[in-house]
Design a protein around this ligand. Sequence first.
Ligand SMILES: [Zn+2]
Length: 426
Amino acid sequence: MADLLLGQVLSFTGDPFLDGPEAARLDGAVLLEAGRIRAVGQADDLRRMAPQARVTDYGRAIISAGFVDAHVHYPQTAIIASWGKRLIDWLNSYTFPEEMRFADPAYAEEVAARYLDLTLAHGTTSVCSYATIHPESVDALMAAAQARGQRIWTGKTCMDRNAPEGLRDTPQSAHDDSAALLARWHGVDRLSYVITPRFSPTSTPDQLAALGALWAANPSCLMQTHLSEQLDEIEWVRGLYPSARDYLDTYEAFGLLGKGGLYGHAIHLEPREKDRLREVDASLIHCPTSNTFIGSGLFDMGGLKAAGHRIGLATDTGGGSSFSMLRTMAAAYEVGQLRGRPLHPSELWWLATQGSARALHADHQIGNIAAGMEADLVVIDTASTPAIAQATARADTLWQALFPTIMMGDDRAIRAVWIAGKLHQR
Ligand SMILES: [Zn+2]
């Protein structure tokens, strides 16, 4: 059964950071068939193309690619918005005790389902998530996403030091458990395994080397970790790896720097680190609500985009304070303002869809609306609250109409979500 959706269909023909807001276009309809987008265009043309299609008319609502959240910790769902800590204290006080609970497969399944329900309610159709050290935590999220038909990435978080008893693996078990999970899930339906050392302070050099070898043997996998989030973390890394040139070098020396590498935060980068990350075309993942909530610092979106870096946008749940990519776009705008570079709404929307898909090397599959792409869509009500509606009423352009929803919108703005061409709930 084909579905014809009518509304304001928003897609990108380029990167608005390079091409300006003109890189976005609006059409009147999108035709979905067999889980993919068959055509985008004017309603009459698409009706002629598929006269039997079921028609859903969303009126003036915006139909966009579903949001792509490029860095989250689904096991931290229940500790979101916990008060008063910075990075290292945050991990010890909130994160590690909660992650301990994922040794219980029933608990992992419960939180995985809750997490995907919450993110779908906020219009997020794809995520790249850390799990915990327990293989069961990977199985739980993979199975939940598979049942919902979602394209996701996740991997077992590896830690063999500076974590409590019960949350430590070894270089060998990290390698072997990751390899077994990779064999079980990578490339099954829309699921991808991502090799996941948490960050240099919680891995020994032996563990980083074992995971570097696993990545070299499985180059179709992405690799995710954290980089230069807080200044005292960088000092800690300097003490743990005295021969490293800088933080990035602790990954580079062990085969963990490459094009499929995802580096979360990347706030306090040295010139050498920026150069190397750009040379290998690695992905930097900006997590603005987390960076302000945990007090980490201000990501240099303007400078890094201008230098040609590949950048995605993410909530970093639960260090981030929201499941919403709308709230995350608003925080990216605020961080940009504090750095003197206000991001245009077209840039924000592109980051939350195509930018993140590109950071995950999946921009040929998700993150945009174009013929042949997978049909993951979000339908946005641009008048979802009285405050937003009265601001939007004054708008003359698409971006003026969307910006109040970016700044003030939440799950009430999400009118519908389509995953692989199927309407999800609502
Ligand atoms: Zn993180």
